[in-house]
Design a protein around this ligand. Sequence first.
Ligand code: PRP
Length: 212
Amino acid sequence: MEFINVALPKGRLGEKVYAMFEKSGYGCPSIKENNRKLIFENAEAGVRYFWVKPSDVAIYVERGAADIGVAGKDILLEYSPDVYELLDLKIGKCRMAVAAKKDFRDNTSETLRVATKFSNIAQKFYNEKCRDIDIIHLNGSIEIAPILGLSDVIVDIVETGKTLYENDLEPIETIVPISARLIANKSSFKFKGEKISEIAASLGKLVRENND
Ligand code: PRP
């Protein structure tokens, strides 16, 4: 039997995503064994799951190592992988936002220094405003940048706002709402389209039930 290979984002979001697959009829009991294995399969349901780093899901899917996967809209916007976006799972909800120190006042006659992990999203956002910026690409703990004077603002993910609050920063502007998306490899969608559509439809039904 042909398997559908599914890349799941390792971590808290991934647990929720897997629970949705399980509820939709694509469970894989061995996944609950909580060892350090990264690949699990259920031959009966014809699915094989891999746990990968959340920011890598789109790469696995784009290159066909996985037929489908679940990635945050932030990753899809930042890296524009050549994949189909099939469904908004409406979990992992947060927003991409600009934030700064509470006393920040924008001086538009100067280049704005923007610290972020999401350089492309930030660049596009400010290009549309015709605002001159200098991107400082960081890999984490972005909130520290304005505190230490490395940047004027940050562009980062805000979920509860707690991280900003605890670091004396405040959100200034929302760039885009974010949530988890089901994505598919383009050639898999052609050759295993029936099974992929069946999975997407079952998940879609669950999303509607959960959000009614
Ligand atoms: C994100 C983001 C913030 C935090 C926001 O980090 O970079 O630091 O979540 O959440 P809050 O508004 O609920 O405080 P994440 O946990 O995704 O890990 P990262 O540091 O690897 O980006």
